[in-house]
Design a protein around this ligand. Structure first.
Ligand code: IVH
Length: 680
C-alpha cells in the first residue's frame, strides 16, 4: 500500500472541504431560496456528514461561512441593502456622430503625445442596453453582486444574481484575493416577447422594452421570480483586482471568458480611425438581427498601460467612448388622427405627430392598425407619445406617457361617416376593421381601385401614379378603371402640369396594357381576397373568363388555394351588375389576353400536379418559377393543403415549409426544382 505524503493529503482534503461548502451552499440556495431542490435529502445529508467529519478532524479549516454553522441559506429575500463598490463604476462619454468620434480620437493622440495620424488600437464591443452590475469574487467565489447605483454605492442583489446561469458562482480558475467583474444584465428579444405574452395572459402590465424587463426582473425581493426570468450577464470589464491583469483590454476580455463569463462574440480589435468607424457601421447594420438590444459600439484603448496613463474623470474614463446608434425611441406629441380609406373601404387611422427624429429619419405620420389598438393603448389627442422606429421597420406608437397627458386630451372615436364620401361606416360583428359602405361611389375607394388596377403586378400601366389618378378623377375624366381606355390626348393636354410628352407616354402605356394575361386581369379587378397567386390559380384552372364567371361555389372551391370564404367573395363580385358592366367595358375597349389554355391539360408533363413556392430562390424569381411550372401544366397555389403535390422551399422558407412537413408533403429545394423544370 502506498502512503501519500502528508501535504498532498492535506491539500486534497482542504480542497474537498471547500468544494463541499460550495456544493452544500448551492443546494441550500436551490432548496431554501428557490424552493426547487436539486438533490435528494439522503444525498444532501451524506454531503453534510462528510463536511462535519472533515471539520471535526481539522477545526482550523472551518470557514466562517460554512453551512455547518447555520440553518438554511444565507438570506431568503433580497433586501436591496446599500453595498459599496471597491472601485467606482464609471459611465462612458458618448459620441453621437463622426465629428464627436474624430474629436475623441484627436484628444487621445494628443494626450498620448502621438502624431495625429497614429493608428490607435481599440478593443471594440457592443454597448449592451441593459443594467450594469458589479460582481465581487473572493478567492474565485462569488460573494456579492450590486447594481450600479450612484457609481460608488449600489443595491445588493446577490441572491437574484445567483439565479443567473451565465454568472459563475465559482470561477473556472482560482483568482486569489478580490476580483470585481463588471458587466450588463440583459434579456433577449425572444425571452422578452415570451415574458410579455405571459404577463398579458396573467392580466399583468407588459414591460415596455427588454431593458425595463431585465431591470424589473432583477429588482425582485423574491429571487424565485428572478430565477424564472431568462436573464443573461455579459462581462465587459474589471474593477478592483488583487491578481495581475493582462496588458491588453482584448486579452482581459478573453481572460474573463476563460474564467467562465459570457463575453460578446461581436468583440474585435480595430486599428485606426477608419477601422473603428467601419466597425460601428457594420455593427449598426447587424443591430436588428441580434438577439439582444444594443445601443452603440464601445471603443476602449486596447493598451491598458495607456489607459492608466490617461486616467478617468469622476464620471468616465478618458480612454473609452460609447459611439451611440441613432435612438430607436423618441418622444413626440399626437396632433391629430385622420382616417384613410383604402381600396376595399377599410378605414385606417393615421396619427399625425409633431415631427421627431427617430431611428435615423424624421417621422411625422404613423399608421395605427385600427380603432381597437388606439383604445387598447389609450391614445388620446394631445397625448405625449413614445415613438419607435427600429431599422427599416415601420414606425409605431409604443405607448402614451400618461404623466405628461394634458388636461384637455380628447378620446379618439371611430367616425360614423366616411371622411371622404360621407357614407355610413360599418363594422361587422367581431371584425377589427371598419369600412366605408360607399363602395365605388366613394372617391377614395375609386382612386385606390384605379391605382391597384394600374400597378406593376396588375395591368402594369407605366407612369400612372397617384398624382395623375388624383388629377384625372378631380377633373372628372375618369371615375372607374374602364374610363382609362377612353381617355383622349386633347383632354389630357388641357390639364395643368401635363406636357405633350407625358400625355403621349401615359396614353401609350395605357394602350400597351390592353395586351395582358387572364391572371393579371383577374388580379387587377381587385376582387376581395384575390391576390396575385389566387388570380393565377383561377386563370390556370378555368382557362377563360367565361368559364370563371359561370362557376358556382363548388366549382370555385375545386381550385387550389380557394376556400369557402374566397369562393364566396369571387362569386359575389362577379355577380354584381356594376362589376359586370366594368368588365364588359374593358373587353370592349380592347383588353385581351392569349387564347384560353385547355382546362384539361392532360398530356402536359406536370398536368394534375400542384406546387407551392415559399422562401426566396437565387436563380430565378418566384414569379418566373411559377410561370415555368404552369407552362408545363402544373398548378401553383399560394397555400399548402392536402391537394399540394410538393412544396418548393427557397431560403428562409417559413410556415409553409413547416406545414408541408406536418402534412408529410414532399419538400423540394431549388436544385430539385431546376432539375424538374429541365427534365420536362
Ligand atoms: S465599459 C469604465 N462596456 O454603458 C468603463 N460599458 O453609458 C465603464 N455598457 O454604465 C463601462 N455595454 O452599464 C462598458 N461594452 C460595454 C458596455 C457598457 C454597456 C453600459 C454600462 C455603463 C454605460 C455607460
Amino acid at each position: 500500500m502506498t502512503t501519500l505524503p502528508l501535504f498532498a493529503e492535506d491539500t486534497s482534503e482542504r480542497a474537498r472541504l471547500n468544494e463541499l461548502c460550495d456544493q452544500i451552499e448551492a443546494h441550500n440556495f436551490s432548496y431554501y431560496v428557490l424552493d426547487a431542490p436539486t438533490i435528494s435529502d439522503a444525498a444532501y445529508d451524506a454531503l453534510m456528514r462528510e463536511l462535519i467529519e472533515l471539520e471535526t478532524r481539522h477545526p482550523d479549516w472551518r470557514r466562517a461561512d460554512s453551512p455547518t454553522q447555520r440553518v438554511g441559506s444565507l438570506h431568503r429575500t433580497t433586501q436591496f441593502a446599500p453595498l459599496s463598490h471597491r472601485e467606482p463604476l464609471r459611465s462612458l462619454d458618448n459620441a453621437m456622430n463622426t465629428a464627436d468620434w474624430d474629436a475623441f480620437y484627436q484628444r487621445l493622440t494628443r494626450a498620448l503625445g502621438a502624431p495625429p495620424d497614429t493608428a490607435l488600437c481599440f478593443c471594440a464591443e457592443p454597448k449592451f442596453d441593459g443594467l450594469a452590475i458589479n460582481l465581487t469574487y473572493q478567492d474565485g467565489r462569488l460573494i456579492s453582486a450590486a447594481t450600479r447605483g450612484d457609481g460608488h454605492t449600489g443595491e445588493e442583489v446577490t441572491l437574484n444574481i445567483r439565479t443567473l446561469a451565465s454568472v459563475p458562482q465559482r470561477l473556472s480558475q482560482t483568482v486569489p484575493g478580490v476580483l470585481e467583474v463588471r458587466g450588463e444584465v440583459v434579456m433577449s428579444h425572444a425571452a422578452f416577447a415570451e415574458l410579455n405574452a405571459a404577463q398579458q395572459a396573467a392580466g399583468e402590465k407588459p414591460f415596455v422594452n427588454p431593458r425595463n424587463a431585465a431591470a424589473g426582473s432583477l429588482r425582485q425581493k423574491d429571487p424565485r421570480i428572478t430565477a424564472r426570468r431568462p436573464l443573461e450577464f455579459f462581462a465587459y470589464g474589471v474593477g478592483a483586482c488583487d491578481a495581475p491583469l493582462p496588458e491588453r483590454q482584448s486579452a482581459l476580455l478573453d481572460w474573463l471568458g476563460r474564467l467562465g463569463f459570457q463575453i460578446s462574440d461581436l468583440r474585435a480589435v480595430v486599428r485606426g480611425r477608419d477601422a473603428a468607424l467601419n466597425y460601428h457601421q457594420q455593427l449598426l447594420a447587424r443591430r436588428q438581427s441580434l438577439a439582444f438590444d444594443i445601443d452603440g459600439a464601445v471603443f476602449k484603448l486596447d493598451d491598458r498601460a495607456a489607459q492608466a496613463q490617461l486616467g478617468s474623470t469622476e464620471r468616465a474614463p478618458r480612454w473609452a467612448i460609447a459611439f451611440k446608434f441613432p435612438a430607436e425611441e423618441a418622444q413626440s406629441r399626437l396632433l391629430a388622427v385622420d382616417f384613410q380609406v383604402g381600396r376595399t373601404g377599410a378605414l385606417t387611422p393615421v396619427a399625425r405627430i409633431e415631427p421627431v427624429f427617430v431611428g435615423g429619419v424624421t417621422v411625422a405620420n404613423i399608421t395605427l392598425h385600427n380603432i381597437d389598438e388606439i383604445h387598447r393603448k389609450d391614445i388620446r389627442l394631445g397625448d405625449a407619445v413614445l415613438v419607435r422606429r427600429a431599422g427599416d421597420v415601420i414606425p409605431e406608437i409604443v405607448r402614451v406617457l400618461p404623466e405628461l397627458r394634458p388636461a384637455d386630451a380628447r378620446r379618439i372615436e371611430l367616425p360614423s361617416q366616411c371622411p371622404v364620401c360621407g357614407s355610413a361606416v360599418v363594422r361587422s360583428e367581431g371584425e377589427a376593421v371598419a369600412r366605408c359602405s360607399g363602395g365605388l361611389f366613394c372617391p377614395a375607394q375609386r382612386r385606390e381601385a384605379i391605382l391597384h388596377f394600374a400597378s406593376r403586378k396588375a395591368m402594369n400601366i407605366d407612369g400612372l401614379g397617384e398624382k395623375w389618378v388624383e388629377q384625372w378623377l378631380q377633373a372628372g375624366l375618369i371615375a372607374h378603371v374602364d374610363d382609362l381606355y377612353r381617355l383622349r390626348f386633347e383632354e389630357l393636354i388641357r390639364l395643368p402640369r401635363m406636357g405633350e410628352k407625358s400625355a403621349h407616354n401615359l396614353l401609350d402605356a395605357i394602350a400597351r396594357s390592353k395586351s395582358t394575361t387572364l391572371a393579371r386581369f383577374l388580379y387587377a379587378l381587385g376582387i376581395p381576397e384575390v391576390g396575385e397567386v389566387t388570380a393565377a390559380s383561377l386563370a390556370a384552372y378555368f382557362g377563360s373568363l367565361d368559364a370563371l364567371c359561370a362557376a358556382d361555389l363548388t366549382a370555385l372551391q375545386a381550385v387550389p388555394d380557394v376556400g369557402p370564404i374566397v369562393a364566396e367573395e369571387i362569386h359575389t363580385f362577379l355577380a354584381q351588375p356594376h362589376n359586370q358592366t366594368i368588365i364588359d367595358q374593358l373587353l370592349a375597349a380592347g383588353v385581351h389576353w392569349p387564347d384560353p389554355q385547355p382546362a384539361d391539360r392532360a398530356g402536359q408533363p406536370l398536368a394534375g400536379k400542384t406546387f407551392v413556392l415559399t422562401g426566396s430562390l437565387s436563380g430565378l424569381t418566384r414569379e418566373e418559377a411559377s410561370e415555368r411550372l404552369r407552362a408545363l401544366g402544373a398548378k401553383v397555389a399560394g397555400s399548402v393543403s392536402a391537394k399540394t403535390t410538393a412544396v418548393i422551399a427557397g431560403d428562409e422558407a417559413g410556415s409553409k415549409r413547416d406545414k408541408a412537413e406536418a402534412l408529410g408533403i414532399p419538400i423540394l429545394d431549388e436544385a430539385a426544382l431546376m432539375a424538374l423544370l429541365q427534365q420536362n
